[in-house]
Design a protein around this ligand. Sequence first.
Ligand code: G3P
Ligand code: MG
Length: 239
Amino acid sequence: MVFNFAHRGSLTEAPENTVSAMKKALAHNTKGIELDVQLTKDKQLVVVHDHHFKRLNENIPGKINEYTLAEIKKIDVGSSFSYEFAGESLATLDEILELVPRDVLLNIEIKNIPLLHEGIEEILLKCVDNHDRRDNIIVSSFDHIALQTFQGLAPDIPIGLLFYYRFIRPWDYAKMTGLDIYSLHPNGVYMTEELIESIHDAGYKVFPYTINKEEDYEKLVAGGVDGVFSNNPNIFGTK
Ligand code: G3P
Ligand code: MG
């Protein structure tokens, strides 16, 4: 069984990580969605990848966490994608949890590097619990300390370790953390069958990112990955 994730919703069809992007992803019948979360100035969870607004709205200076949620809700992040989405704002995690059906596996990535969102783990857990959504989620991060904190609060929720760089024996590193890790999420550029096998032998699932070409996807599935993150959910139909 392969579990694939539409990366930031369907980011080629709508502004990434927005409600529209999630709706587009769901229209592909995808059974997995990845999104990124950060905190606003008033400690609300918003779904957004970059720490800065620059790429989403070039007229807005500064960082996400320098604005309150009420301010953020007035900021247009849709026009930079297309006039069709003019006026769309960043989504709260609440909005996305309302929208995404429970049978869709949701990968919630804590975006904590380089900017640290103090206390995000507890706020995330509260939000998940408010929606009674501990089932069918994976919480991931490049910030493994954040995952350690999160697991301390919610040992029953699967965590996934993200790796950007090539680690030597990342599965040994994963064991060394002492955490109960569900999956490793390596950068797709250095995936090999040997790496997949070693990670599996150590007892972890493997979800590489970001795999957009069908031929790469086919190769990875043949090599045994448990799923991928992709900007192109059309490739999921092939497996
Ligand atoms: O979770 C997979 C992928 O989203 C990690 O990289 O930078 O796109 O959040 P990034
Ligand atoms: Mg991400």
